[in-house]
Each structure stands twice: as C-alpha cells, then as structure tokens.
Write a protein that binds this ligand. Structure first.
Ligand code: SAM
Length: 326
C-alpha cells in the first residue's frame, strides 16, 4: 500500500513546494519592497544534498509532486543539476517549476532534459513600460524570449500566472487571454494576497466578476484541468481552451489543500497564510535520522491549519511571498 501523509482534517498532503532561494531579480510591487535587505544568510540555505534528502523523506511518505520555486529559482546555483537529482528520487512523479522567465532562454533546454515537464511563468502584463513599473525592472523582452524558448522546447503545459490588480493591469485581461490562446499557454489569473505590507498594499481585485464576464464573452463553461491545483477553470465547450482563476480571497480553496512549503532556510510552512511551521535545518544539521525526521514531519502535519484567514486577519502574515516560497 502506498504510504500517505494526512492531516487532522483528512486532507492528504501529496505536494511539496520547495523554495531554492529567497532572492529574486525582480522587485514586484506586490511582493518584494525595493531596497529589501531581509534575505537569508547563504549559510542558512539548505544545500542541494539537504534539499534532496528532505524531498526524499517526503517522497517516502507519499508526496509525489514537487514544485521548485523561490524567490527566483533560476538564480540558484546549478538548478538543473538539482532538478535532475530530485527527478530521479523514487516516488517523485511530477516535478515542475515556477519562474519569472528572465533567465529562461538560457535554462529551458537543460531544465526540460533534467525532468521538468510543467512550467509556470509569471507575467502580469504585455506592455514593456507597465512591466517595468510593476516589477521595477525593464526586462519584458527578456521574459518573452524565455517564454518562447520554453514553448519551442516543448514544455507542456506552460501556465501563465497573472496577478491581476485593480487599476493597474485589469484592462489587459482580454489581451492576455488572446496572447495565451495564440501560443497555447494556459492563463491563470491570481488575486493579490495580503502577504507582507507589499501584498496588503497591492490593489486587490475580486476576480469573480471577471470570471463571469469572460464566461459570457467567450461562451465558456466550468471545467476541470488535471493537476489544476487550486485554480478553478473555465473552458471552451470542446475543452480545447482553459482559463484559470486562483481566488484565495473571494472563494478560498483550503478544503482541498494538499500542499506544504519548504523555504530555502529549511522552514516547513504548513499554510501560506498562517504561521504554523517546523524548522528542519537545525534537525538536519544535528544529524537527525531519516526515521526521526519523518516522525517530526508527521507531527508537524498535524498542525496544518484548517484554512488561511487572509480576509479576517489580513495583517497576520508578515512574510512576503518570496521568502515563503510562492
Ligand atoms: N519567481 C518565481 C515566479 O515568478 O513564478 C517564483 C516565486 S514568485 C514569489 C511566485 C508567484 O507569487 C508569482 O506568480 C508572483 O506573481 C506571486 N506573488 C507574489 N506576491 C504575491 C501576492 N502578494 N499576492 C499574490 N501573488 C503573489
């Protein structure tokens, strides 16, 4: 029988998001403040060996899906080598990566060969000036080159994550739909989450009215996408075209949460929006055995909160997304 990891609410934890760095080469206004100095000491980062070991222990408990994230994961030294090692672990059947794509043109081929099949790319706008305003870096051209390299490489699917902000980029939704349709990408719109002051100050937009407008405009129906995660999808009646909505505030999806997050310093976060956690680094560096590590992780999973409280307590989460591992 397959081993399982289950929390006290009966939710199976099958998905580990692994942050391989908290650094990013962008400074998105809703994520990392310009001039931010709160990054982790490199000596506190889990090494490749430590990351592979922790993921291996999770795999032994039934976790089969792993996503590499950050910060910007392509900034981590030898990310391709790390991906290859994780992909080779018994039990890991789905290795994916989230990236801002600034460096993707260089890495697309190596990552694909290393075993990453699915890619999520963050893209909030197709307008160069607006991209520079939102990310505080003038590099949309580089990002689009990266995206096209990934398409040519044959990653499937490529999902485009667009954080939609009221009065900032919500006038571009139809352009993004057309862009994704043209290239065969799956667009997923995301509501801003009140993570840190940057997240709380972002111009939140309720995506439910957007969803209803797009449903009517393109004649879409409710749909399901295999491995679709927390997104709710609208699809064309023949299923050929999908648009996802990640709506943690207007319609949360905590009942089906199947994931936990490992930050680069070895903290296991049990919920994006709550503080329950287990510090794995001190255990690893004190020479804990795999069996004892597994026991500690099982005890921590018992603490997984029922749900976030982004709406009720927006001031709760002081960590920005980039530090947690988005
Ligand atoms: N750098 C990688 C990337 O761009 O996909 C991975 C990390 S990034 C923190 C992960 C995702 O979190 C990005 O799509 C980003 O737009 C999103 N994000 C960051 N802060 C957010 C917030 N406060 N609310 C909603 N999404 C946020």
């Amino acid at each position: 029988m397959k081993p399982t990891l289950q929390d006290r609410f009966g939710r199976r934890v099958e998905y580990l998001r692994v942050s391989v760095t908290d650094r990013c080469d962008l400074r998105c206004t809703y994520c990392i403040p310009e001039g931010f100095h709160g990054f982790e000491e490199p000596s506190h980062w889990l090494s490749h060996d430590e990351l592979v070991r922790v993921v291996g222990v999770f795999a032994g408990m039934g976790v089969s899906k792993v996503r590499l994230t950050g910060g910007e994961p392509l900034l981590r030294h030898d990310i391709t080598g790390l991906a290859r090692r994780l992909d080779a672990l018994p039990g890991i059947s789905d290795l994916s990566l989230s990236t801002n794509a600034t460096q993707l043109a260089r890495y697309a081929s190596g990552l694909h060969q290393a075993g990453i099949a699915r890619l999520n790319v963050s893209l909030d706008t197709l307008r160069p000036e607006r991209y520079a305003q939102i990310s505080r870096r003038d590099c949309l051209g580089q990002v689009l080159d990266g995206l096209m390299a990934a398409k040519a490489e044959g990653f499937a699917p490529i999902k485009i994550n667009m954080v939609v902000m009221d009065g900032v980029n919500d006038d571009e939704i139809d352009d993004m739909v057309a862009f994704c349709l043209m290239h065969g990408f799956i667009l997923r719109m995301i509501e801003t989450m009140p993570m840190g002051e940057t997240g709380r100050n972002a111009s939140y937009l309720d995506l439910q009215p957007v969803k209803e407008r797009l449903r009517r405009r393109f004649g879409l129906v409710d749909g399901v996408l295999p491995g679709g995660g927390p997104a709710r999808y609208l699809q064309s009646p023949d299923g050929a075209f999908s648009i996802g909505f990640i709506t943690p505030l207007s319609q949360h999806f905590c009942d089906t949460c199947n994931r936990v997050r490992l930050s680069v310093d070895g903290t296991l976060f049990l919920c994006l929006g709550q503080d329950e956690k287990l510090e794995l680094r001190p255990l690893l560096r004190a020479g804990i055995s795999d069996a004892a590590l597994e026991q500690k992780i099982r005890e921590a999973i018992e603490l997984k909160p029922q749900r976030h409280e982004f709406r009720e307590k927006p001031g709760n989460v002081v960590r920005i997304m980039s530090l947690t591992g988005g």
